[in-house]
Structures are given as structure tokens and as C-alpha cells.
Design a protein around this ligand. Structure first.
Ligand SMILES: Cc1cc2nc3c(=O)[nH]c(=O)nc-3n(C[C@H](O)[C@H](O)[C@H](O)COP(=O)(O)OP(=O)(O)OC[C@H]3O[C@@H](n4cnc5c(N)ncnc54)[C@H](O)[C@@H]3O)c2cc1C
Length: 527
């Protein structure tokens, strides 16, 4: 093979692209990962964006999906040998409420149950029962999330489920998959605080309390965190990226940075090469794998073809979820939570005190309005891993879920700007003021601040169209068999030899390493 000829070229060094490359290279394929940015990782990057010595996870921070993934199970030893370090949060997530109380999940189930019993003894019993059910259900659920959709493997998982758990359990699972967070949680619990504490996980995707299909993630994340704790990167989330890059190089793979792919070319009816900005061409003998939103692949990189018109039309209709904003703070001390000093120990403090706040913020964002009261994920990485800041100092990772990609107005009527470059600082002020309501004195502790609007997120990673952190809405019409397009959910595309992986494909966004590993296994013919 000449220097510019590979078995597989992977476009995009997000974690899914690296996963696919590592597995293929391990099976003897000659692979190159071509990345437009100057650093790998896509939505996983750690940088000193405020002050020297303060390491901020620019985007993703919670590595639990990665730590629980089949890819991690298969490559754990190699990744650890290449420097991957994880820390587990014992105090996982909590919600603070307007009446200066809080409720949260710690890895010690008895501690959590005791807290829940204070708001509802009945719910504490139900929580324990749900956890016991999860222990026996989880292997089946995670097996389903780890197989291509559709596939004989998926059919086998369902068959095994029905044999192990019975048909009525499958019925319950289907109901769970179709239910909204509110429908599921109202049927399980009576405490509005407990329900809010779980429902907010739907908002990490684009599931407001009344959106069908949104029950699964609040259930899974709550039960998984309760069972295993939450995983974070030692020193930063980018530990998984640096370890994967080292692992890739160790098995002979190449990584080309700062080399955006401009065209995916075809010869004899199949994807044959990629042309980079600057004109260089790399040839792919067996596969081009685009770790990108399908709108980028078929809207920009692949030439139009009338014979593909129906597929292209469906791709063009692939929908982004709402935008998100990141606010990174360097602090002299952790927030003094009014609800209780214990909150300083938690990895995440959610400010999403009830269904009403979440539903309104979502409706505002979808209507183009800046929410009056945003839903906030306040991450306290240095409570779990003090190495990310100078001794005694802290970083705060504030994610604002959910925001309009383009601004038509302000639900509070105080921000006049309609462009994110002008609106982001005033909106960040609103966010900090909201945190102050729960943690007075926060502003006095701020040593540095960096704000990333939805537009900034897309500038950093073109795969985040409109600042959608998950590269495509996860509503039922775009999930499972429908991700990204019905009939094309198994990573192949109408262009022979061209495949798509990444957050826009099954099993969706998040650091699940799923699509990259599943496709690589299919291509390499390994079990
Ligand atoms: C703010 C934020 C917070 C998040 N928090 C979490 C979290 O805590 N936990 C979690 O599990 N998930 C989280 N997510 C989601 C998760 O980070 C993503 O779903 C995941 O990283 C997607 O990985 P990927 O490999 O599919 O694609 P990406 O990471 O999007 O990678 C795509 C890559 O392709 C590159 N690219 C684009 N166009 C080209 C081109 N033409 N040529 C070459 N390269 C190109 C991009 O630069 C990028 O590097 C978060 C996401 C965001 C944005």
C-alpha cells in the first residue's frame, strides 16, 4: 500500500471514530483517522480556558457510559496501560429545591433510601424495589443497547429476555420505552422532589417531562449511578482520548490533525477516497467511516446523486435537538449551597426543581426564546478530583440545558440581543444569578469565567449543529430503527463502502462508544 492508501479512513476523531479505528487496527487493518480540529476528542476536550492550572472539561465530563461500555470492557487493560485514569463519585447527583432542601443519590443505597424516606417512606420502599429489579433487568437492557438495530443479535437479546423474564416483562419494557418521564415517574413515586430529581436526566437529552420516549434515561442513569457510582476522568475527561490515541498508535493506526475532509469521493460506485482541505487525497480500499452528523456527510461531503434523492431528503429532515451552553468557572471555593453543606460533595447538583420549570424551559427553547429560568447541571469536578485545580481552588462545570439555537426573543424580556455572540454574556449573568439564589456569595468566589454559547459549541465542533450537544434529537421518531434514517440504522449508507457512526446513529449521543465499536466489529468480522 502506498503511504496515502489505507484499508479504512475514519473522518472525525471523536471518541466513536477512535473506537472504530482502534478495533480495526487491532484486527490488522491499516487505518487513518482524519480530524479537522487541531486536537482529537470531538466533544471530549479538557482545557485551561479560564486561568492557568484550572482544567475544565469543555464539553462532556461524565464518563459513566464509557466506563460501562462493551468497548471499555474489551480494551480496558490496554487503555489503562496507555494512561487512562478514572475516579468514581460516591455522591453522584442531587437536586436543590426552592425551599432550601435537597435530595440526592449516593452510591451507598442505604444512605439514599434514608434521604428518600424523609420525603416519602413509601417512595423509599419503591426505590429499594426498583433497584433490586434493576439488578436483574440491567444485563438485558444493556445487552439491547449494545447490539446493532435491527439485527439477529437484537432479536436474540429479546428472545433471551422473554425466556428469562416473561412476556409481561417485555410489555413493561415497551411501555417504559414509550413513556414520558412524567408518565413513568408519576406511576412509580409520590414525592414531587424525587420525581424532579430523576426527571432532570431526561433533560440531559431532549426529553422534557411530557415527551414520549423520555422515561428510559432517567430510569437507567438513576439506577446505574445508584448501583455503580459515576465515573469521571482523573485530571480531565480527555484522559479517555489521550489513552485511545496512544492505543491507536500502539496498534499502528495514524491520526492526522488539522486536516478537515472536504469531499468523500467515489469510484466504480463506491467510496474510494477523501480529499482534504489543501487538496491532498487519501485512498480507502475497504471503507470510509464518517463519524459525523448525516447532514454533514450527505449535505456537504458526498456529491449529490439523483438516484439517492429519497435518502438525501430524509437526511435533510434529520432534526437537531435544542442547543446548550457551557459556563466554566474558576473558583476560590465550592458554592455554599443554602440547602446543605453536604451538596458540596456531589458530582452534579441539578437546578431543575420540578416538572413545571423543566417543561417551561423546554417550550421556551423550542420556540426560540431564552428561558426565564434555565435548567442547570452544576458539575463540581474538583469535589471528586481535586487535581484539576490548584490546591484549595475549584472549577465549576455549568451546563445550561436547553436553549434555542437561534434567538427570537427572551422569555424574561430583559435581554435584547438576538445573536449568541452578544447574548451569551448577559445570559451567563442570568445563569450565575440563578445559582446565587441557591448558593449566595458565588460571584465573590469567581476567579475566572469562560462562556460557550450554542454557536461557540458548533464552532469548536461542527458536528454540534446549532449547538445541539447530542448531534440530533433523540425523540422516538429519530431513535432506535429510525436513527439516523429508517432502513439505514446499521451504519451502512446508500454509497457502497461509506459508513456513518457517531452520536447521530444508534445507540445515540453520549460517551457510549457504541456505534464505533459495533460497526468495527461488523467490518472486521469479529465476534
Ligand atoms: C457540552 C456537552 C456536554 C456533554 N456532556 C456529556 C457527558 O457529560 N457525558 C456523556 O456521556 N456525553 C456528554 N455529551 C455528549 C457526548 O460528548 C457526545 O455525544 C459524544 O462525544 C459524541 O462523540 P462522537 O464520537 O460521536 O462525535 P464527536 O465527538 O462530535 O466527534 C466528531 C468529530 O468530527 C470532527 N469533524 C467534523 N467535521 C469534520 C470534517 N469535515 N473533517 C474532519 N473532521 C471533522 C469534529 O471536529 C469532531 O472532532 C456532551 C456533549 C456536549 C457538547
Amino acid at each position: 500500500m502506498s503511504n496515502n492508501t489505507y484499508d479504512a479512513i475514519i473522518v472525525g476523531a471523536g471518541h466513536n471514530g477512535l473506537v472504530a479505528a482502534i478495533h480495526l487496527a487491532s484486527k490488522g487493518w491499516k487505518v487513518a483517522v482524519v480530524e479537522g480540529a487541531d486536537e482529537p476528542g470531538g466533544s471530549v476536550k479538557t482545557r485551561e480556558v479560564t486561568l492557568p492550572g484550572f482544567r475544565h472539561d469543555l464539553f462532556a465530563t461524565n464518563l459513566s457510559l464509557f466506563a460501562g461500555s462493551p468497548f471499555f470492557a474489551a480494551y480496558k487493560d490496554k487503555l489503562i496501560a496507555h494512561g487512562l485514569g478514572l475516579v468514581t463519585a460516591e455522591d453522584c447527583f442531587a437536586s436543590a429545591f426552592a425551599d432550601d432542601t435537597w435530595l440526592g443519590v449516593s452510591k451507598d443505597a442505604a444512605v439514599t433510601a434514608k434521604r428518600i424516606a424523609q420525603v416519602s417512606p413509601r417512595d423509599a420502599e419503591r426505590w429499594r424495589a426498583m433497584l433490586a429489579e434493576f439488578a436483574s433487568d440491567a444485563p438485558h437492557l444493556f445487552a439491547l443497547l449494545g447490539v446493532p438495530m435491527p439485527s439477529w443479535a437484537a432479536a436474540r437479546v429479546v428472545w433471551n429476555m422473554s425466556r428469562a423474564k416473561g412476556i409481561s416483562w417485555i410489555g413493561d419494557l415497551l411501555r417504559l420505552l414509550l413513556s414520558s418521564p412524567r408518565e413513568f415517574l408519576d406511576a412509580q413515586f409520590e414525592s414531587e422532589k424525587l420525581k424532579a430529581m430523576m426527571a432532570v436526566w431526561g433533560m440531559h437529552l431532549d426529553f422534557a417531562p411530557d415527551v414520549a420516549g423520555g422515561a428510559l434515561f432517567p430510569y437507567l442513569e438513576s439506577m446505574a449511578d445508584q448501583s455503580f457510582g459515576m465515573a469521571f476522568g482523573r485530571g480531565g475527561a480527555d484522559t479517555i482520548i489521550s489513552a485511545m490515541v496512544a492505543c491507536l498508535k500502539g496498534v499502528g493506526g495514524e491520526l492526522l490533525l488539522g486536516r478537515a475532509v472536504e469531499t468523500i469521493e467515489q469510484a466504480d460506485g463506491r467510496a474510494s477516497s477523501v480529499r482534504l482541505a489543501g487538496g491532498e487525497r487519501l485512498t480507502a480500499k475497504r471503507a470510509v467511516i464518517a463519524n459525523l452528523d448525516p447532514r454533514l456527510v450527505f449535505g456537504k461531503l458526498v456529491a449529490k446523486d439523483e438516484r439517492r434523492a429519497a435518502f438525501d431528503a430524509k437526511v435533510a429532515r434529520f432534526r437537531s435537538g435544542p442547543g446548550t451552553m457551557m459556563i466554566h468557572l474558576a473558583l476560590s471555593g465550592l458554592p455554599d449551597w443554602k440547602a446543605g453543606a453536604e451538596l458540596q460533595r456531589f458530582a452534579y447538583v441539578h437546578l431543575a426543581p420540578g416538572y413545571q420549570v423543566m417543561s417551561t424551559a423546554y417550550a421556551d427553547a423550542m420556540s426560540g426564546l431564552l428561558p426565564r429560568e434555565p435548567v442547570l447541571v452544576v458539575g463540581q469536578p474538583t469535589a471528586i478530583d481535586p487535581s484539576r485545580a490548584p490546591t484549595g481552588k475549584h472549577v465549576l462545570w455549568v451546563q445550561v440545558r436547553v436553549l434555542p439555537s437561534s434567538i427570537r426573543g427572551d422569555a424574561a424580556g430583559t435581554i435584547a440581543a438576538r445573536h449568541w455572540d452578544e447574548a451569551k454574556e448577559p445570559y451567563a449573568d442570568r445563569v450565575v444569578a440563578l445559582i446565587e439564589r441557591y448558593a449566595p456569595g458565588l460571584s465573590d468566589k469567581v476567579l475566572g469565567r469562560a462562556v460557550m454559547s450554542p454557536l461557540d459549541l458548533e464552532r469548536e465542533n461542527p458536528n454540534l449543529i446549532g449547538g445541539d450537544s447530542l448531534s440530533g434529537s433523540h425523540h422516538l421518531d429519530q431513535n432506535f430503527l429510525f436513527r439516523p434514517v429508517f432502513g439505514w440504522s446499521r451504519y451502512a449508507t446508500p454509497v457502497k463502502g461509506l459508513y456513518m457512526v457517531g452520536a447521530s446513529t444508534w445507540p445515540g449521543g453520549g460517551l457510549n462508544a457504541g456505534s464505533g465499536f459495533m460497526l468495527a466489529k461488523m467490518l472486521a468480522g469479529a465476534p
